[in-house]
Design a protein around this ligand. Structure first.
Ligand code: BGC
Length: 248
């Protein structure tokens, strides 16, 4: 079980790659298919089956990171996917269709697991570490003494009669055409809020936009250690693949 297919389901794309579980790296090329619209269970499962066959991974175990609360393989929220996913037992239904062992976890939890094992978090095994992913939504993963507390959804903390995700995600920056300064200031409010609520040892920032940290780090002023994640966009795929370890 050294190589496992990992798939990261996002609001815009569904990406996969074969992961070397010992090294925490993706082997060979990644493949990406546009997220179907509407992103209903049936449409998403068709894309997942297509990706599995493109990797010739039929019948073999795989792990999937999914952008919602996932408990025991069932999806419980739908911020950036179709509402018909709420209450859908994705793990069980997919298992029936592909006849393979499959593990489904929250996408930010998957990214966090990878970062805490192979990225900057691997030396952060004491106290509380929060990793957030700034993408279409804001995902979060919380680790205490290195152990994941799943499905924390800290992007949904209330802010300005709405939630932080609508102000500090990458899609908020794009939708409102915010400058790095204006968007960075919203991210700063968000990080300070997290620090105030949780007093973490460190906050790691992941998601595609984290690679532009240089452009907004001067607007970030938080009284705890803040850094970017190391694995960037691969973290979701790597962590998804790692999640199967708990199933086998
Ligand atoms: C969802 C989370 C997800 C995050 C990142 C949020 O809108 O509620 O479950 O982790 O987006 O995809």
């Amino acid at each position: 079980m050294e190589q496992i297919l990992g798939i990261d389901v996002g609001a815009t794309g569904i990406k996969g790659g074969i992961v070397d579980l010992k090294k925490g790296v993706i082997i060979g090329e990644k493949k990406k298919i546009k997220t179907p619209s509407p992103a209903t269970p049936e449409n998403v499962m068709l894309v997942l089956e297509q990706l599995i066959s493109e990797f010739s991974w039929q019948g073999k175990p795989l792990g999937i990171g999914f952008p919602a609360i996932v408990k025991n393989g069932t999806v419980w929220t739908a911020s950036n996917i179709d509402d018909s996913f709420i209450g859908f037992p994705l793990e069980e239904e997919l298992h029936k269709r592909i006849s393979a062992q499959v593990s489904i976890v929250n996408d930010a939890d998957a990214a966090g697991i990878a970062e805490m094992t192979f990225g900057k978090g691997k030396h952060m095994k004491k106290g509380l570490v929060i990793m957030i992913t700034l993408g279409t939504g804001i995902g979060s993963s919380l680790f205490f003494d290195g152990k994941l507390i799943p499905n924390t959804e800290l992007g949904h903390l209330l802010y300005k009669k709405s939630i932080f995700e609508r102000y500090a995600s990458n899609s908020a920056k794009e939708k409102k055409a915010l400058s790095w300064k204006n968007w960075g200031s919203e991210v700063n409010v968000y990080l300070n809020h997290l620090n105030h609520l949780f007093s973490p040892e460190a906050i790691l920032i992941g998601g595609g936009v984290s690679k532009h940290f240089d452009k907004y780090k001067s607007y970030i002023d938080v009284n705890t250690f803040v850094d970017t994640a190391q694995l960037l966009n691969d973290a979701g795929i790597i962590g998804a693949a790692m999640s199967i370890k708990h199933k086998i």
